[in-house]
Design a protein around this ligand. Structure first.
Ligand SMILES: [Zn+2]
Length: 281
């Protein structure tokens, strides 16, 4: 499941193909993804210019010249493929239409953007740009962790008196946007905080804010370098997640210098938490 850094990497990869360009033709090849696609979707996209490509949490928003925004959610298995344009050092020729190519946007300049989703857990919708934040998928989402609103005073006030484990608080999209299981584990490992620590017991919210930002920015940077060096012949906007320090490493030695413990796994709210019992207290 892509988290904030992976979605941001896809957004950055889409910019050269989409931003500022006219959608010359929109092919919509089925009525639904996870939910029904919006009515008259081809007509509402065709002939519209993409003014900006934004991200809110794990959603990409393409603001159109019509006053609507195309909301894109990759879901579990959604993939964006870009062809007809040079991405980094590589030109991607148009591939033959493939199974599960549900939406194909033909853009001014010759680029083609394809949304392929075998399992159809992804979603797209069209909404008025001016009231985008009121969309059911976006309303109630907390501040962006890389934005100014997410600071020490906000996070300290948010955690204060909260009895849930800190891991659950990090995953709560109402409190902070875009963090998923992988980066929540990585953040707590770097912060040396045990995942079952009571959120209200965190004494240095500012330090945790800084670590959240660092972990996400490093992942975005790694994604950006993977885009520049992108070699896949089908033009899929990939993200090669760097080796994680703790996520998925149950039973392996802790990477902290001098620590001889092995990474443990517990299940919290149905999700695996990976942590070092020695380093994280
Ligand atoms: Zn350790």
């Amino acid at each position: 499941m892509p988290e904030l850094p992976e979605v941001e990497t896809v957004r950055r990869g889409l910019i050269p193909a989409m931003e500022g360009r006219l959608i010359q033709l929109a092919e919509v090849n089925r009525p639904d993804l996870r939910w029904p696609l919006p009515a008259n979707m081809p007509e509402r996209l065709t002939g519209k210019r993409v003014l900006a490509l934004r991200r809110r949490s794990k959603y990409i928003l393409a603001d159109l010249s019509s006053g609507e925004s195309l909301l894109i959610h990759l879901g579990m298995s959604g993939r964006m493929l870009v062809s007809g344009i040079t991405l980094g050092n590589f030109f991607h020729d148009h591939p033959a239409p493939a199974k599960h190519d549900h939406i194909v946007l033909h853009l001014e300049g010759g680029a083609r953007v394809t949304f392929n989703d075998a399992r159809r857990f992804g979603a797209m919708d069209l909404l008025p740009t001016a009231t985008a934040e009121a969309h059911p998928l976006l309303s109630g989402i907390g501040p962006e962790p890389l934005g100014n609103a997410f600071d020490e005073s906000y996070f300290a006030a948010t955690l204060q008196g909260r009895n849930t484990p800190i891991k659950s608080a990090l995953l709560d999209q109402h409190l902070v946007a875009g963090l998923g299981n992988i980066y929540a584990c990585e953040v707590l490992y770097r912060a040396r905080i045990a995942p079952n620590t009571r959120a209200g017991a965190i004494t240095d919210a500012g330090r945790l804010v800084a670590i959240i930002r660092d972990v996400l920015l490093e992942a975005i940077e790694a994604g950006g370098s993977s885009l520049k060096d992108y070699r896949r012949t089908d033009g899929e906007l990939g993200y090669f997640q760097k080796a994680f320090a703790v996520y998925g490493r149950e039973g392996q030695p802790c990477q902290t210098p001098g620590c001889t413990a092995t990474i443990a796994r517990i299940v919290q709210s149905g999700r695996s938490s990976f942590y070092c019992p020695n380093c994280q207290k």
